[in-house]
Design a protein around this ligand. Structure first.
Ligand code: 2AM
Length: 559
């Protein structure tokens, strides 16, 4: 939980004060915990080599301490539109200011985690490295930018980094008292990404109206006998199967026999099974186009490899299936497998509280659907869960903790929840939890969607909560029910006076939903409200939100 994470940081910094010997400081910035996991492995490997290490979340790191560092390793993910994770923001910005110290003689190694289907792949890691180098630091090992299959590559980088640091660290470790650090890992469930739980899909129910522009499904999955415990704010990782019809089309187009045996890592299976169960065929990314271009020697695809902008446009218009179907070629079954990356489970914000649903977990899932090249396209996981999988099917799942999205510990603290569209999901969990706990704090929900009659997700439940008094206040924005668009941020501005009063009374503020537009527009609306109501200028309004964030009172779960 949040406390043990903070504690781990605290223990680490205390330890570094004891060790006067050369210490490798590992700074991580993590949104969902992946970067933290890799940083922790780096720490463990360094300790195994007898090196003094100091593992700290960037959120807990005092930038002024940089002056004392000699060896720094950065492990940081990138999210949204090339942005740093929230934990990393303050340090990221500090490094670009005049206050940042000179770092001549400091040796650094940077590891980036990201998703190459996004344009600004590992941008935050690149920026960190660039900023540190500008301050005079010396890169001791080439930065690696790891993709969603980072687990397959992080060990190699960790070994490389430690090989690079070790001689200098040892040389300076005169009478070193190597600090061994107690791990503060919580009691985690035995199920995780590598070892998911085979759960039963219990319910798939469309919760948007017949005439809605969207297909949103309420999903219920049974966790019976798994022992899995999750908290409101956590996410569920879901593995899925690719569309068999499309897989068979791929096989026919490439004139390949699905029964051909292929190997994936050290596992042997049929090509058809590999394509259905194990490989990424929906989300497209430059890496596949590059590899497929190379094995097929397709001139058009090869041209894309040299033109970043054209590549971006090309993959944005296509799923990986399309790239193959539009570029038939002679490739072997194994070559095809080797050019595809392993399918990654998709993460969804959990829409239920175990205080209410016990051994179930609920999701609010929008089926991704679009026309392309005259054919219907479905999202990989949302298409599978929402359309193909039948109730009773077995679904492989695991929970992911998210300590950056938590209800206040004090049940008397008011909360403001901003969750348009499927952003409602974690707030349904919050409300269930607060009801079960008989929490007395006020609850205020902002919700938005196109049409009141079609898109009021969980309308009956929400109206029940309003009636019972659990929900103190709700403000809705039906964007297309009138000529002019109305969004949640418009409601926020209208409610500025009360909203600011709630904040002044200690309310916690949460945003969930679309990252690219909504979260930014809502942030701006909040700034405007704080300026108007608090008599502040832009800078001090930003500062106000920053302080809320440092106090864990402003949390985002955006995607
Ligand atoms: P629209 O599709 O009618 O434009 C959930 O998707 C809701 O968020 C919809 O009502 C959608 O409106 C709205 N929405 C779209 N862009 C938004 C933005 N930039 N900020 C807030 N809400 C937005």
């Amino acid at each position: 939980n949040a406390n043990s994470a903070a504690l781990a940081g605290g223990v680490a910094s205390a330890a570094s004060n004891v060790a006067e010997a050369a210490t490798l400081t590992i700074l991580y910035g993590s949104q969902t915990g992946n970067a933290k996991g890799v940083a922790t492995q780096l720490q463990a490997q360094a300790q195994a080599r007898g090196l003094a290490v100091n593992l700290v979340s960037m959120a807990d790191y005092k930038p002024t301490a940089l002056k004392k560092e000699q060896f720094i390793s950065i492990v940081v993910s990138t999210y949204g539109e090339g942005e740093p994770p929230e934990d990393a923001e303050a340090l990221y910005e500090f490094l670009a200011t005049k206050k940042a110290p000179k770092l001549a003689g400091v040796k650094i190694a940077v590891l980036g985690l990201g998703d190459s289907s996004y344009e600004f792949f590992c941008q935050t890691a690149k920026d960190f490295e660039e900023r540190l180098v500008k301050l005079g630091a010396e890169v001791i090992l080439q930065r690696a930018d790891l993709d969603v299959d980072y687990e397959d590559h992080s060990d190699a980088w960790i070994n490389g980094a430690l090989d690079a640091f070790e001689p200098d660290l040892k040389a300076q470790q005169t009478n070193s008292n190597v600090v061994s650090m107690p791990m503060t890992a919580g009691a985690a469930s035995q199920y995780n990404k590598q070892n998911p739980f085979a759960a039963e899909l219990v319910t798939v129910q469309k919760i948007t109206g017949r005439d809605s522009t969207k297909d949103v499904r309420h999903i219920e999955i049974s966790l019976e006998d798994s022992g899995i415990q999750y908290q409101p704010g956590d996410s569920l990782g879901v593995y899925f199967l690719n569309d068999e019809t499309k897989v068979d089309k791929v096989l026919a187009t490439l004139e390949l026999d699905g029964e051909t045996q292929v190997t994936l890592g050290d596992e042997a299976l049929s090509l058809r099974d590999a394509l259905i169960e194990r490989l990424e065929l929906t989300q497209s990314y430059p890496g596949f186009v590059e590899k497929y271009a190379a094995v097929t020697e397709n001139a058009e695809l090869l041209a894309l490899v040299a033109d970043k902008a054209a590549m971006r446009e090309y993959i944005e218009a296509r799923q990986t299936y399309d790239v193959i179907l539009q570029n038939p070629a002679k490739v072997s079954a194994q070559e095809l497998v080797d050019s595809l990356r392993k399918v990654q489970p998709r993460l969804y914000s959990i829409a239920s509280s175990q205080a209410e649903v016990e051994d179930e977990v609920h999701l609010t899932l929008a089926v991704v659907e679009f026309d392309g090249f005259g054919e219907q396209h479905l999202g990989g996981c949302s298409g599978y869960l929402g359309r193909f999988a039948e109730e009773g099917a077995t679904i492989k799942v695991f929970t992911e903790h998210n300590d950056n999205f938590r209800l206040p510990a004090d049940d008397n603290t008011p909360v403001i929840m901003i969750g348009p569209g499927t952003g409602i999901a974690p707030f349904r969990a919050f409300l269930q939890e607060r009801e079960a706990r008989d929490a007395q704090g006020n609850n205020w929900l902002f919700f938005g969607n196109p049409h009141f009659t079609q898109d009021f997700l969980y309308q009956t439940e929400i109206q029940g909560y309003l009636k019972s008094g659990l929900l103190t206040k709700i403000d809705v924005a039906w964007s297309r029910d009138q000529a002019q668009k109305v969004y949640v941020q418009d409601r926020i501005r209208e409610q500025g006076e009360q909203l600011f009063a709630w904040l002044e009374q200690g309310a916690h503020l949460y945003i969930c939903g679309d990252a690219s537009r909504m979260a930014k527009d809502v942030h701006q609306a909040l700034i405007d409200v704080i300026k108007a109501q608090g008599g502040k200028d832009d800078e001090s309004a930003e500062q106000y939100l920053k302080e809320l964030r440092s106090a864990n009172r402003y949390q985002k779960d955006v995607y």
